[in-house]
Design a protein around this ligand. Sequence first.
Ligand SMILES: [Zn+2]
Length: 69
Amino acid sequence: MTNTQLPTEAQRFILVCSACHELAAMKPPREWTPAWGSPPPHSHWDGEPLCAVMTRTGYRSAEPMLVET
Ligand SMILES: [Zn+2]
């Protein structure tokens, strides 16, 4: 009989807004104006859109990024 237990070495990562480093969620923003285009798949944890950042194509929601806890 084997009694091997995998060590819990899996590191925990959290999703944060790459602009302000607040917690981000894998869900669209709670409020979104269609005039801004299609809603991004991520939002701040509280439902606010991720921070707007200037890109070559204009202002867009910041990309979320994974950080180690
Ligand atoms: Zn942000």
